[in-house]
Design a protein around this ligand. Structure first.
Ligand code: NAD
Length: 452
């Protein structure tokens, strides 16, 4: 393909203008083919995820392949309905007319994805782009090269480049692509790069979805079910070695239960991940040496309560809890994105609300509490992308819950119908009657005559 992206985009545009992708049956056939490709190449995808990130088969299926297959299944079930023009009410001012909303594809979509769920975060947006009738170019991450390569092979073997293409490469490839005119850009990645994407998109007024990151708080209130909280937090934090955009970034634990809770949490981590993840080799690795060193530098913050062992040769850091953490510590200054869980404590929920509200709006927030008033207060007083009460991470698995951030954690949301909507323009159409015409909509001429 070289790096003549202009030519590729033009070929996609020519193909799009043929109108084939607008046919709903064509989209359904494409999604069915995509599902088949994923199913028949599951082993190869798992192997690539193992090589890139040491992901276990269990994690690879649960958090990457399975989630995408579910998304395809849900989309196939509803696509005909979503794609239909919808009749809506007409207003008094348009008496006699009928009003409709026609969803239509934007055209050529660019999807740029990160390395942490390199399969899911490239393919889930693609499902939306296909469902809505677009052509698409995917630019997966250079930090998970095996998965990107498999994606490239599978796509190029099964789809014409003028319909769906994968471009491998890093910043240069992204930058070169961003110089082209797309009709939609869907980006998942860091806040800093999100700004670069939006700036590039502004030059051509291209609409964007930005799925970004940030520090997602997890609050454990004094009335929480501690055992369940520990299990759900430990899994949400340490799955994928904490390299999850919606992982609980840090814990805020009520003073009254802090000691007891941390004890249960430690036991739970041992139950879930065993004594020594470095030896067992079953734990997801940190994506690169640079990321590893950044994470290791946080280990000197506060007091180490659990874990802390790390091995550069295996790029592995064990599940770690650090306590006595303050907002001034380095670990609290940026998104952690690794298996290190800082713990802060509080007396009064008001302090927690006030501290969180001083900072960028989180992508996710988790609250563990049995009390409805407490739940209501937190939901009412803090703005964040989405989250769970008494759970972590799972809000993103529901096709009925649009997933995305707010403020610095992102713009727009997808999953389920949301993915179809993201990649569709809603064209509003008024079909006017010709049976009669209302005179009062026209100006009256000075001599009292009407225009018609
Ligand atoms: P990143 O922003 O470094 O990279 C994401 C993509 O952008 C990659 O494909 C990369 O090649 C490309 N890129 C990097 N620099 C670029 C530049 N200057 N110009 C154009 N493109 C560029 O992010 P990452 O390190 O791959 O992923 C981690 C971040 O992504 C974390 O902040 C995490 O929270 C966030 N994230 C968010 C979600 C979500 O759904 N909201 C999901 C996963 C990850």
């Amino acid at each position: 393909m070289g790096n003549n992206y202009g030519e590729l985009v033009q070929r996609q545009r020519d193909f799009f203008l043929q109108g084939k992708t607008k046919d709903v049956q064509f989209r359904i056939d494409t999604l069915e083919l995509l599902r088949k490709i994923i199913q028949t190449n599951e082993a190869e995808l798992m192997k690539a995820l193992k090589e890139d990130l040491n992901k276990s088969e269990f994690d690879a299926y649960l958090t990457e392949i399975g989630i995408v297959l579910e998304e395809i299944k849900f989309t196939l079930k509803h696509l005909r309905n979503w794609a239909k023009p919808r009749r809506v009410k007409s207003s008094m001012a348009t008496l006699g007319s009928k009003s409709y909303i026609y969803p239509e594809p934007y055209g050529i979509a660019l999807v740029i994805s990160p390395w942490n769920y390199p399969f899911q975060l490239a393919i889930a947006p693609l499902v939306g782009a296909i469902a809505a009738g677009n052509c698409a170019i995917l630019k997966p991450s250079e930090l998970t090269p095996r998965t990107s390569e498999v994606l490239q092979e599978l796509v190029s073997k099964n789809f014409p480049e003028e319909y769906i293409a994968v471009v491998e490469g890093g910043v240069e490839a992204s930058t070169a692509l961003l110089n082209e005119k797309f009709d939609y850009i869907f980006f998942t990645g860091s806040v800093a790069v999100g700004k670069v994407i939006m700036e590039a998109a502004a030059k051509t007024l291209t609409p964007v979805t930005l799925e970004l990151g940030g520090k997602s708080p997890c609050i454990v209130h004094e009335d929480a079910n501690l055992k369940l909280a520990a299990k759900r937090i430990a899994w949400g934090k340490f799955t994928n070695a904490g390299q999850t955009c919606v992982a609980p970034d840090y814990l805020y634990v009520h003073t009254h239960i802090k000691e007891k809770f941390l004890l249960v949490l430690k036991e739970t981590i041992l139950e879930l991940y065993g004594e020594d993840v470095i030896k067992s080799g079953q734990f997801t690795k940190i994506v690169s040496e640079k990321h590893f060193n950044r994470l290791v530098s946080f280990l000197s913050n506060g007091n180490s309560l659990f874990g802390g062992k790390h091995d550069l040769s295996k790029l592995t850091i064990e599940p770690t809890i650090i306590e006595n953490i303050k907002w001034e510590d380095a670990v609290m200054k940026e998104e952690i994105f690794g298996p290190i869980l800082p713990v802060m404590e509080y007396d009064d929920l008001k302090e927690v609300v006030s501290e969180i509200n001083k900072r960028p709006k989180p992508l996710a927030l988790y609250l563990f509490s049995e009390n409805e008033m407490t739940q209501k207060k937190v939901l009412n007083d803090i703005s964040f992308g989405g989250g769970c009460i008494n759970d972590t991470v799972y809000h993103l698995s529901s096709p009925y819950l649009p997933f995305g951030g707010v403020g610095e954690s992102g713009i727009g949301a997808y999953h389920g119908k949301g993915s179809f909507e993201v990649f569709s323009h809603e064209k509003s159409i008024l079909k006017q009657t010709t049976k009669f015409d209302l005179p009062f909509r026209y100006p009256t001429m000075k001599n009292g005559l009407k225009f018609i």
